[in-house]
Every structure is written in C-alpha cells, then in structure tokens.
Design a protein around this ligand. Structure first.
Ligand code: AMP
Ligand code: ZN
Ligand code: FE
Ligand code: FE
Length: 319
C-alpha cells in the first residue's frame, strides 16, 4: 500500500458516467448519519459508500452509538465492512476538541452509561436554546427542531435548519454566527467530558482513541500542539486524524510528523454529513483524499495488542 494521503499516493481516481469513482482499497473513517446531525440514515450511508467503491467506512456520530447496529447489519446484508465508531466532544479551550473512537464494543456498560449521561445533558440543553430564541422574538418550538432532527439526537445544526426554513436567516452559517455558535445570542453550553474521561471510556469499551481534526484545537504553533498531544497520549490516545478535508498541506505535514515521532497512527476521514457545500463527498473529500485500507488493518492491530496487554495485566492467561 502507498503511504496515505493526497500528497503521496499516485493511484489515480477514475470516472464512470462523469461520477468520480474511487479505486478499490480506500476507506473513510469519519462519517455522520441521522443518528446525530448527518442527513443519510446509517443504512443509506453504508449503501452509498459501497456504490462509491470504498472498501470500508467508520460511522462516527457525535456522542452517540445509536446508528451503529443498523449500519453494521446493513453492512452484513450487502457485504460491506462497517467499523463501529463515535466522535466525542471533549472539554477544551480555546478551540474545540473531538475524540474519535474506533472498533467499540457497543454493548459495553461503561460506554452506554457515559453516553446516556450525555444524552440527558443534551435533553436539558435543547429547551434552553428554544427559550433563548423565543426571548429574541423568534417563533420556534422544540417540536419543529425535533422534526428537523429526523428522530436521532438533536443538535445545533437542526436548530440552524429550522431557522433557515422559517427564513430567520439566509444561510446555515448565518444561523450559527448570529444565534448558535459559542458566544452568540442563543448559545447554551454543552456538558462535555474531559479528554481523559473520553479516552478512558473509549479504551474500556475496547476501542481505539484518535484525536479528530487537530486544526480545530486552536493551538498556537507546533510545540503547543505537540505538548497537548503528549498529554493525550498519556491519557491513552493511539492516533491522530491527519488526513481531513479542512487541513492545509502544511497542517497535514505537521500532524504527520507528530504522529511519527510519538508512535501514533495517522488516520483520515471526510466528516461527511450529507449536507456538504463545495462538493465534499464521502471517501474523496474534495478530490484530494485517499485513505488506504491498510489504516484499518493498523487500527485492528492496535486494538488486538491492547486487548491482549489488558488480559495479561488482569491475570488472564493467553494460552
Ligand atoms: P452540537 O453537538 O449541538 O453542539 O452541534 C455541533 C455541530 O454543529 C458540529 O458538529 C457542527 O456540525 C455544527 N457547528 C458547530 N459550530 C458551527 C459553526 N460555527 N458553523 C456551522 N456549523 C457549526
Ligand atoms: Zn456534525
Ligand atoms: Fe468533529
Ligand atoms: Fe465529525
């Protein structure tokens, strides 16, 4: 397999009826479905990924594993590999920190207990956003937002869609800028776990923890970022999402260097939500992404190694 990413691989993409098709052997390890704020249902995204010629995907919804059973069973039905994943928002400033978890045991009690706690916090937050908007003179009800969410977890993008539909704003971005983003008039903070807590329950649930899109952390320069990542490694982090559509080529190079220096796996994904502007698509991003299947094999190897280390630490024999 070639080294990953848009800057190394020379394997070409090809076109069929004007549609970009990916060569066999590529994956997308960061995707959202209707279980959080994506537009395609878990089954739909699995079928779409297969149509696009990908070899595997990870479903990584925000703070929920509700879409995983459906996605995995659709994968089994059509013969397509679906990796059970998640994307957890962790406490951080000045920017935002998201931690991906791959190959989770979705029935693990600690994981389910922690996620139920997050759901409860969201359920308390959402009516407060409605209330703030109402106080600003906006006619919006929680039912309308619920409807916009399509039955999955409710998040700010669903509020943005309702504001857009009801013509209070002219764009999705305006909804965030004026009302929903941190510091804006209808913003309500979300309860978050610390990185240590998030990485811990991902590891406990037999997952592999990977730092998502480091460019949103708001770190000032290489050494500040490296220091933060070293702390995360101490907390049990195993990889960095190096390949990501919003990363510049110098960011990709920087994250790759950090990954290599500290023995972290470099992963990649598009963060496709199904509502993308600028032609972003699953697997390919804006045409620059090529994430080889070998990364999935590396994730599996890391997971298996830590599972046997865990068994040994806890006195289980490997024989
Ligand atoms: P929530 O989980 O409810 O806090 O919503 C977070 C989601 O809102 C993120 O995953 C993004 O998809 C979206 N989002 C957050 N900030 C912005 C922003 N400034 N502009 C557009 N979308 C945003
Ligand atoms: Zn999202
Ligand atoms: Fe994210
Ligand atoms: Fe995401």
């Amino acid at each position: 397999m070639p080294a990953t990413g848009r800057y190394q691989s020379s394997i070409p993409l090809f076109y069929k009826n004007g549609v970009k098709i990916i060569m066999m052997g590529y994956v997308d390890l960061h995707l959202h479905t209707t279980a959080s704020d994506g537009v395609l249902s878990p089954s739909e995204i699995v079928r779409y990924a297969k149509t696009k010629g990908l070899q595997a995907i990870a479903i990584t919804d925000h703070d929920t594993i509700e879409g995983l059973e459906e996605g995995i069973s659709e994968g089994e039905r059509i013969g397509f590999e679906v990796i059970p994943g998640i994307e957890i928002s962790a406490e951080h400033s000045p920017g935002s920190m998201h931690i991906l978890g791959f190959f989770l045991d979705i029935h693990h009690p600690l994981l389910n207990e922690r996620l139920a706690y997050l759901q409860k916090a969201r359920a308390e937050r959402n009516p407060k956003i409605v209330q703030k908007l109402n106080r600003l003179g906006i006619d919006i009800t929680f039912d309308e937002v619920l409807k916009a969410s399509g039955g999955g977890q409710v998040g700010r993008p669903h509020f943005a869609n309702v504001l857009l539909q009801k013509k209070y704003v002219r764009s999705f971005k305006e909804a965030f800028d004026r009302f929903l983003k941190k510091g804006a008039s209808a913003y309500v903070d979300k309860l978050r776990f610390t990185s240590k807590e998030a990485i811990h329950f991902i590891n406990e649930a037999k997952g592999v923890a990977v730092l998502a899109h480091p460019n949103t952390l708001g770190m000032n320069g290489y050494s500040e970022l490296e220091k933060l990542i070293l702390r995360l490694v101490q907390e049990g982090l195993r990889g960095i999402e190096v390949y990501y559509p919003e990363h510049s080529s110098s960011e990709v190079a920087q994250y790759k260097t950090i990954a290599e220096r500290h023995g972290l796996l470099a992963t990649g994904g598009t963060d496709y939500h199904g509502i993308e502007k600028n032609g972003l698509d699953i697997g390919v991003g804006r045409g620059e992404m090529e994430i080889p299947y070998s990364i999935v094999e590396n994730l599996k190897a890391i997971r298996n190694r830590s599972l046997s280390a865990y068994a040994e630490d806890n006195g289980f024999s490997r024989r």
